[in-house]
Each structure stands twice: as structure tokens, then as C-alpha cells.
Design a protein around this ligand. Structure first.
Ligand code: PLP
Length: 397
């Protein structure tokens, strides 16, 4: 059985809008019961009609499971692609991709502002297997070109917006840079989500998601995804997904699938609330810099406006009172919960230097100590503004 045999073609959705695909792709009501929502197939194995007589191609749930198939088809449909793969976490997806595409002696260009766990995977794990990497600013295609090692660079890795500094990389320009050098462009689309940004249409070869974030959307599941429209890459990824085994379980797949149905609505509201908060922070005396791609003064604003539908729910800001004040603000909010992760319906606040990005301290990717990161949720925006106003007041200026 080929690993890609479980794609639903969904031809009835040809030309359908994003919201329609989010709700209908990947699954038609169950022919036996009419169940409108895919069941959670909590099964490890499948009865065979005689040796090799598989029903629908299912033989063992590491290789394929119908709940996961529904999710994988939806993930692909939302990125405008043919092939989706669901994993136990974003990092499991990344690890599988690295092993599918790279060999000892190869090289990867990484963003100089990447999620700390992605950097750690390359810097502390993949290097032990002979994979080299070097950082480059995603905002500067010439610097990325200069970081490429001809013949050795297999992947240019891009996060846009980056975590946590919300830098913007020009996907189209970086795809050209990567392809000129015979490398692939991989885009981590976690921060924007499939709704706000479509990297494959702009020339990327593979899209990565931590579905833990906006795709799941409710802070109740950890998961990851890879999506590609390239059949050859899909073959390699599918083979490694099964061979390595870091797959999404059926319960987790079901939660992400449920989350995706409301992704469009949530991203609109996240963006509405984040825009209001970015404006509020821009006028606050304690704040030295607001980093939000939707602000005209953000250096990546023009590129973001071209390649994103809106600017998303992540807002970072720096404070005049240094690390002490940044920590005090994180401790003083009550509607914003102090915690790692992002992309859920509830608002979160964190100090990247001490929390999500502690693993990059002392490296080229170190983040400023006076930085606070917000994952702006979908609560009433007045409550979020009042909470921040209070916390900034308590922390002093
Ligand atoms: C941009 C980005 N990519 C990848 C990951 C890793 O995903 P996971 O935590 O699901 O393994 C994260 C997690 O925070 C992230 O923010």
C-alpha cells in the first residue's frame, strides 16, 4: 500500500472557498450511519478480507488511520495542495522532514529568529547526524543567498512571521533564492495559519505547521503537519512518516480537525483584537517598541500586506524598564494567562527570553530581555485592553 493512497480527491470541492473546504474537505458523511463528523477510529489494526485484502487500504494505524486521513486531507485542502501528513507534534513533523530530505554532509539555512525548539532540533540533534546549519536574516534575500553553500544546502527554512520577533520573509523572493541554488524552500506557517497565508502558491515546496497552535486553536492538543503539492516529496515524507512513526493519534487528529473548521472565523477575530492591542501599546509611555506586521512602521509591513490576508494574533513589544519590567508585566495580567504556546482562543502572555526561547540564550538567535510576547485571543477586546493597561500601570514606567 502506498502511503498516499488515502487521499480523498474531494472533486466536489473544486473551486470552493477556504471556509467551505475547512468544513467539508477530507470527509463525506459516513455511508453506513450518516455520521456528519468523522468518528475517532480508536483502533490499531484492521480486519483483512483474506491475506492482503485490505478494506480501503487500511492495515495498521501507524501507516494510516481513517481519522488521521480525514485530517491529512483537510490540511492539504487548506494549503491548496494534494498531500498532507499529520504528526504527534510540530517538532515530530520537522524531524521527519529533515530525515526525509537531508543526508550527512548536507546543509540547511535557518532563520536567525526561529522558534527555539526548531533551532535546538538543528543545533543539538541534527548536527549529531552530520547536518550543518547556518543562520540568516529572513528579511534579507541577499543574506540568505550568501548563506547558501552551493551543492550542500538542501533546505532554506523560513518562518514568517518569525517567533518571537515577528520578522517577515518574502516567500516568493526566498523561493527563487532557494530554487536558484537547487535547494527547497520549507515554510513554517504556524504563526500565520493556512487562512492568512498560502506559502505553496508563492513558490514554497513544503509547509510545516505546529497544529498545536492556530490549527487546533483551543490549547487542548499537541500536533504537527507537513503539506506539499510535489508527488516526489510526498512519497519521501510518507515513507518516513510510516518508517519513523511520529504520527498523530486518532483522538488528537480529531481535535485538530474540529479546530480547523473554525480557523477562518478565529483568525479574523485574532487579527481584529491584535490590531486594537498593537495600537494601544503603540501609544503607551512604558513601551519602547511594538512589533506587529500590521503596523505601517513595521519593516516587513509591505511584504506582509502582499502575502498575508491579515496580520494575525501575535504581538510582541519591548518595554523601557528592561527585563525587570517585562517580567513584572507578565506577572501582573489576569485575563492574559502567563504561559508558553500560542494560537488558542484564550490570550497568553510570556517572556521569550526566560521561557519559549531560553534554549537560544547565548546564540545568534538570542532575543532581547525586555521583550514580551502576546498571543492575543478572541475574548472581548475591551477586557484585554483593560488587563494590559492595568499590568503596565502596576509594573511602573
Ligand atoms: C513556529 C513554531 N514552529 C514549530 C513549533 C513546534 O511545534 P510543537 O510544539 O507542536 O512541537 C512551534 C512551537 O511552539 C512554533 O511556535
Amino acid at each position: 500500500m502506498s502511503d498516499n493512497q488515502h487521499e480523498h480527491t474531494d472533486t466536489h470541492l473544486d473551486g470552493a472557498g477556504f471556509e467551505t473546504r475547512a468544513i467539508h474537505a477530507g470527509y463525506r458523511p459516513d455511508p453506513t450511519t450518516g455520521a456528519v463528523i468523522p468518528p475517532i477510529y480508536a483502533t490499531s489494526t484492521y480486519a483483512q478480507d483474506g491475506v492482503g485484502g485490505l478494506r480501503g487500504g487500511y492495515e495498521y494505524s501507524r501507516s494510516a488511520n481513517p481519522t488521521r486521513t480525514a485530517l491529512e486531507s483537510t490540511l492539504a485542502a487548506l494549503e491548496g495542495a494534494a498531500h498532507g501528513f499529520a504528526f504527534a507534534s510540530g517538532l515530530a513533523a520537522e524531524d521527519t522532514l529533515i530525515r526525509a530530505l537531508c543526508r550527512p554532509g548536507d546543509h540547511v539555512v535557518l532563520p536567525n529568529d526561529a522558534y527555539g525548539g526548531t533551532f535546538r532540533l538543528f543545533d543539538k540533534v541534527a548536527t549529531n547526524w552530520g547536518l550543518a546549519h547556518s543562520p540568516a536574516p529572513v528579511t534579507d534575500p541577499d543574506a540568505v543567498r550568501a548563506a547558501i553553500r552551493p551543492g550542500e544546502t538542501k533546505i532554506v527554512w523560513l518562518e514568517t512571521p518569525t517567533n518571537p520577533l515577528l520578522s517577515i520573509g518574502d516567500i516568493e523572493a526566498l523561493a527563487a533564492v532557494a530554487h536558484d541554488a537547487g535547494a527547497l524552500l520549507v515554510v513554517d506557517n504556524t504563526f500565520a495559519s493556512s487562512y492568512l497565508q498560502q506559502p505553496l502558491a508563492l513558490g514554497a515546496d513544503v509547509v510545516v505547521h505546529s497544529t498545536t497552535k492556530y490549527a487546533g486553536g483551543h490549547s487542548d492538543v499537541v500536533g504537527g503537519a507537513l503539506v506539499t503539492d510535489d508527488a516526489e516529496l510526498a512519497e519521501k515524507i510518507g515513507y518516513h512518516q510510516n518508517a519513523i512513526g511520529g504520527v498523530a493519534g486518532p483522538f488528537d487528529a480529531w481535535l485538530v480537525l474540529r479546530g480547523l473548521k473554525t480557523l477562518a472565523l478565529r483568525m479574523e477575530r485574532h487579527s481584529d483584537n491584535a490590531e486594537r492591542i498593537a495600537d494601544f501599546l503603540s501609544g503607551h509611555p512604558s513601551v519602547s517598541q511594538v512589533i506587529y506586521p500590521g503596523l505601517a512602521e513595521h519593516p516587513g509591513h509591505a511584504v506582509a500586506s502582499r502575502q498575508m490576508k491579515r496580520y494575525g494574533g501575535m504581538v510582541s513589544f519591548r518595554v523601557r524598564g528592561g527585563e525587570e519590567q517585562a517580567l513584572a508585566i507578565c506577572a501582573a495580567t489576569s485575563v492574559f494567562t502567563l504561559g508558553e504556546s500560542l494560537g488558542g482562543v484564550e490570550s497568553l502572555i510570556e517572556h521569550p527570553g526566560r521561557m519559549t526561547h531560553a534554549s537560544v540564550a547565548g546564540t545568534d538567535l538570542e532575543v532581547p530581555a525586555d521583550l514580551v510576547r502576546l498571543s492575543v485571543g478572541i475574548e472581548s477586546v475591551e477586557d484585554l485592553l483593560a488587563d494590559l493597561d492595568r499590568a503596565l500601570g502596576v509594573s511602573g514606567s
